[in-house]
Design a protein around this ligand. Structure first.
Ligand SMILES: Cc1ncc(COP(=O)(O)O)c(C=O)c1O
Length: 375
């Protein structure tokens, strides 16, 4: 059942418009921050990682931070159905299906599929967890635009549910509830990081940028608290830098901040690390994900955090003037289930058993194979 609480926003955010009155308690809070020795990191940098992949298991990453506020609004409005949309492997749609079941609401997902036919969804990665929750799934063509296709379909579905069942639906826009009140999920993450020493112990904050909600929430929070850090969003999808500046500018205006505060002054958007584009990963990126797991024990997903970490590393190596200092914090926004889409299986297999350090030990006594090379 829902743990619905009153929400008190931090004093530095009190001037913002549309402050939610309630939040649900869904995320595991105060996720750890620890040092992170990435392979190939220039020695003058001290990099740490904020483990927001640990905000939960099936409700994880930045999605559950946003859903705490979105679901509070759904419950306040006495909605009994939740409708959202995205791609088949969407972290947001998986988290929405999980949270709806947890709160006793009926989930409906309008999902873009590459192939037509009800088998298109499969059971890999996020799709497995999504389907285990048994949401109503509506497959639509992969090129369905949000404004022209998905939004009108969400509205039609809500109208049909109202008409036939008399029930109200809560609609969450595309890209994971990236408008209000989801933005306050990101602002509350920033608030949590302040309590963990963010403003004193770090010069730069780096995160993945896809819908731009995290970029907007982090950079607005940083601005409101005195702009101590430099915020960097690494683009991991097909949008351009100017798209994200426009998005953050729009959020700035919607939050009621003065017109002279501009996105390009409060957030550095890093281009060039999208690889093959949204929802795709290259072999180089997958090898990097594997080398980070192998050297640091931190799992990155190949769609968001893997690309963003690689982008951060390359910029620290090749473009250090972009950073304010040498104490860097990377925000791990989750996405672990994308690791289970089979692409990483092939990455492991193609290395072969020697490189994978798999030895056959059939006789009882131990005859080291390559002990001098153990790592
Ligand atoms: C794991 C993960 N990291 C990062 C992001 C990007 O966050 P945002 O959409 O707020 O830019 C997403 C969202 O799509 C995500 O699922």
């Amino acid at each position: 059942m829902a743990d619905l609480r009153g929400y008190q926003c931090p004093t530095w955010a009190e001037s913002l418009n549309q402050i939610p009155k309630k939040r649900t308690l869904l995320a595991n809070k105060e996720t750890p921050i620890h040092r992170w020795s990435l392979p190939g990191m220039p020695t003058e940098y001290d990099v740490s990682v904020k483990r927001d992949d640990m905000t939960g298991c099936t409700l994880s990453g930045n999605k559950v931070r946003k859903l705490e506020f979105l679901m509070a609004e759904a419950l306040e409005q006495k909605c009994t159905h939740v409708i959202t949309c995205g791609d088949i492997h969407s972290n947001h749609c998986r988290a929405t299906a999980v949270v709806a079941r947890r709160l006793g609401l009926t989930p409906h997902l309008i999902l873009r599929a590459n192939e037509q036919g009800t088998c298109a969804i499969g059971c890999d990665g996020n799709a497995l967890l999504t389907r285990l929750c048994g949401p109503n799934i509506y497959l639509v063509p992969h090129d369905s635009g949000y404004i022209t296709e998905l939004k009108p379909r969400m509205e039609k579905l809500a109208a049909a549910i109202k008409d036939k069942l008399g029930d109200d639906s809560y609609l969450i826009p595309v890209a994971g509830g990236s408008s209000f009140p989801g933005l306050f999920g990101i602002i509350s993450t920033f608030e949590e990081m302040i309590l963990q020493g963010l403003l004193d112990n770090y010069d730069d904050l780096v995160f993945a940028c896809s819908s731009g909600c995290t970029a907007a929430g982090m950079s607005i929070s940083n601005y409101l608290t005195g702009s101590k850090l430099r915020c960097h969003g690494v683009i991991v999808c097909n949008y351009t830098k100017s798209y994200f500046h426009d998005h953050v500018d729009q959020v700035l205006r919607e939050t009621g901040l003065p017109d002279d505060i501009k996105a390009n002054a409060i957030v550095d958007i890093i281009e060039g690390y999208q690889g093959d584009g949204y929802n795709k990963s290259t072999q180089k990126e997958r090898d990097f994900v594997m080398s980070v797991a192998e050297t640091t024990g931190v799992m990155l997903d190949p769609i968001y955090t893997g690309k963003a970490t690689l982008g951060m590393l390359r910029e620290l190596q090749n473009n250090p003037q972009r950073f304010k200092g040498n104490r860097i914090l990377f925000l791990h926004t989750g996405g672990l289930f994308a690791m289970y889409d089979h692409h990483l299986d092939a990455t492991i297999r193609r290395r072969g058993h020697e490189e994978n350090k798999i030895y056959l030990w059939s006789s009882k006594d131990y005859k080291p194979v390559r002990i001098e090379e153990y790592s």
